[in-house]
Write a protein that binds this ligand. Sequence first.
Ligand SMILES: [Mn+2]
Length: 350
Amino acid sequence: MTIFDLNDKIDTLLVISQKNRRYFSRFDSTFGYLVITKTEKIFLTDHRYYEMAQEVATDFEVRVVGRYTLQATLNEILQRVGAKNVGYEDSELTVAEFESIKKILPDFNFVAVGEQLAEIKKYKQPYEIECVCKAQAITDKTFSQILDCIKEGMTEKQLSVKLQCLLLQNGGDKNSFDPIVSFGENTSKPHAHPTDRVLKKGDNVLMDFGCIVDGYCSDMTRTVFFGQPDQQIKNIYQMVLEAQQNVLANVKNGMACNQVDEFARQIFRKYGVEDKFTHALGHGLGVDIHEIPSMHPKCDVILQPDMFVTVEPGLYYPGIGGVRIEDLILIEQYSIKNLTTSDKNIIIIE
Ligand SMILES: [Mn+2]
């Protein structure tokens, strides 16, 4: 499936954003333009990237362009390929960027294709699946190593740095997002920023982290206990685990996201704690850490083979703490593949 199958109004796609340039060409650069038609693929970039782009973006004709020659070169190429209706990334460009593009390319009609691009990116190619699997394997390995690094008196920030070092040492190219690391009462904030809060016996420790390998993200969350937890937070953990297991046992190809979300919510409803699950069940990922679909009660996107989604129920009690457990799954025709292999039974670090 290509963009031209999803939008028959356009004859050419102009890619400007770094993420989508990376997506289509597999080459990461801070400056460049892709011109894609049904038969031609051209990568314009400057001298800093020219040689590398030729090596990596092998199915593109790579051409050098400077900031001062951009207008003339883009016009010349678009005319040569016979462009009339040019698809552009309305969901990636700023208003100013789009205005400036229209100004330097006045002879072409621009058509917004952001939604169709997201639709294409939703289904992963074998190469993309391989990258995400590698990234998640590194993330699981990092989790197994971080448990030995959790020590009394360390701060959330220090644990976050340790996580990031391990992700890189294990082969990650960089973080897929700033890790969320929180202790004790701070774990009730689902997206807590690490602070100088010091780890004490009896705290729970929430870690949500991932890395990028060859442009593709991983994502996982585990909540562990430092010393014996009190019964209340242990109960919270068991409810979250039951909700996640109910999803993993039932999710399959062909289901709507809101149906899948309901598998978690029905467990929480049974215990009367539904109001403590305050976010969506999960999300797609790929070159971005959050891609479509978002699995929430109003999302009717159907899960289909070659889509990734995270499954991350959580319960949050302000002043007390929270628990989230997140796995990353790949939808396959007759089953699902859970990429996250780390243990989910209660882990108590003594
Ligand atoms: Mn996530």
